[in-house]
Structures are given as C-alpha cells and as structure tokens.
Ligand binder design. Structure first.
Ligand SMILES: [Zn+2]
Length: 81
C-alpha cells in the first residue's frame, strides 16, 4: 500500500500516509494549513540555491533576534582603534 499524499511506502496498514507525510500532517495541524501553505509558497517554490539562501537568511534573522542587546559603549569597545 502506498501513501495517499506522496505515493511512498506506508509504515502501517491502518495509516494513510508514510512516516514523512504523517509528520507533515502533524506540523500542519500545529501551525494551521494557511501558515504551512504560506511557508511552502514563499520558501519552497524556488530553485535549490534560492532555498539555501532563504534558509541562511532566516537563520541570520533568528540569531540576531536571539543575540543579547549590545549597548553603544560595548560597540565602541569592540571596534578596532
Ligand atoms: Zn508520503
């Protein structure tokens, strides 16, 4: 029996999807269909290089968001004289 979504091998007789598609189904239930569709349309409908660039940009944004706030005096110290 094959997965109803991708046509791949199904792990069990009772499930309709393969392992990967079951995970995608769970992610969709958590974030909502529209959110997942927006992500797929804005990140996946590109060539491989564009996808990697997008992933790198998102990683940089996350790192900047998680980085501790730097004060002006700290920035002055870090600059070479
Ligand atoms: Zn599948």
């Amino acid at each position: 029996m094959s997965c109803y979504f991708c046509g791949g091998y199904r792990e069990t007789w009772t499930g309709y999807f393969c392992e990967s598609c079951q995970e995608m189904s769970r992610i969709t239930k958590v974030y909502g269909t529209q959110e997942v569709l927006d992500i797929l349309r804005t990140t996946c409908i590109r060539n491989k290089k564009q996808i990697n660039n997008k992933i790198e940009n998102v990683k940089k944004e996350q790192e900047q968001a998680e980085a501790p706030v730097q004060t002006r005096s700290q920035k002055k110290k870090d600059q070479p004289k």
